[in-house]
Write a protein that binds this ligand. Structure first.
Ligand SMILES: O=c1[nH]c(=O)c2nn[nH]c2[nH]1
Length: 295
């Protein structure tokens, strides 16, 4: 046998960092969950029980906290690039570092109509994530994403004209509920190294804001012919707005809300244009994926 592939490290490293502005007293918080996996000349630690090549995962965890203390932790694309670059520069036998960062959203609380200096709300399960792959001699590949952004529209969604055959029971509709948990991601062009990431640092927050705004606006305004058609429009708009992206991807579960026929109860109308009470479904759910390139 031989080792076809190997990478190891520490997962689920939870990090919180506060920034205290001495002048204004305003405090800002960041919370993230970090995973760092290392690749390189580590085969003998698997094949020969040779631990001399192992940077202990405990040391990797320590490095994450030290780097979070000494370096900026936002945007996550920058922190991931700094962290990954550290490992390939510090250890000559490590040739790639794969950093995954899940940043949780602490949104500043409004109290009496004013943003509070040190209080925050977590608005749900939405996160901002990055996968940063620092590859020695090649550069830095960054994949950014929005996850867990749950949306619903009560109309403005259709689905008809699909294959009808002996397997089909689904009725065509010009007006349905559409709900999904948005997973949107975008692949940056390769950066030559940390200095180029730093030179482009302002693009990362702009891209996240742009992708999030386009996703919400298109979801709301498009009279959707299908999940497929709407997610493609979102992708096209994001690529047009952010020139440094190579591709945009979506993975959208179609969370169904079924009509309930109540006509058996004294002829109660609750289907089609009379539908008001629906049964939200936890599963089965549609799952629609795409990756859109520039051409
Ligand atoms: O938007 C949709 N796309 C589909 O492919 C599908 N299949 N059933 N319902 C659906 N809705």
């Amino acid at each position: 046998t031989s080792l076809a592939a190997a990478r190891y490290g520490k997962d689920n490293v939870r990090v919180y960092k506060v920034h205290r502005d001495e002048k204004t007293g305003v405090q800002t918080v960041v919370e993230m969950t970090v995973c760092v996996l290392l690749e390189g000349e580590i085969d003998t630690s698997y094949t020969k029980a040779d631990n001399s090549v192992v940077v202990a995962t405990d040391s990797i965890k320590n490095t994450i906290y030290i780097t979070a203390k000494q370096q900026p932790v936002t945007p996550p694309e920058l922190f991931g690039s700094i962290l990954g670059t550290h490992f390939i520069e510090k250890y000559s036998h490590i040739h790639a570092a794969h950093v995954n960062i899940i940043t949780h959203r602490w949104v500043r609380m409004d109290v009496d109509g004013k943003p509070h200096p040190h209080s925050f709300v977590k608005p749900g399960s939405e996160t901002r994530n990055v996968q940063v792959d620092v590859i020695e001699g090649k550069g830095i590949d960054i994949h950014s994403s929005i996850n867990g952004l749950t949306v619903l529209k009560s109309t403005g969604s259709q689905f008809w004209g699909f294959v009808r055959d002996e397997y089909t029971t689904l009725k065509e509709t010009l007006d349905r509920i559409l709900s999904t948990d948005v997973a949107a991601s975008w692949q940056w062009r390769r950066f030559s190294g940390l200095s180029e990431v730093k030179a482009n640092v302002n693009k990362f927050n702009h891209a996240w804001e742009t992708a999030r705004n386009i996703t919400l606006k298109t979801f709301a305004e498009d009279n959707s012919a299908s999940v497929q058609a709407t997610m493609y429009k979102m992708s096209e708009l994001i690529l047009a707005a952010v020139p440094d992206l190579d591709t945009v991807s979506y993975s959208l579960p179609n969370i169904h809300y079924f009509e309930i026929d109540l006509s058996w109860h004294k002829g109660l109308k609750n289907t089609g244009k009379d539908a008001e009470v629906y049964a939200p479904q936890s599963g089965p759910n549609g799952l629609i994926k795409c990756t859109v390139a520039r051409s």
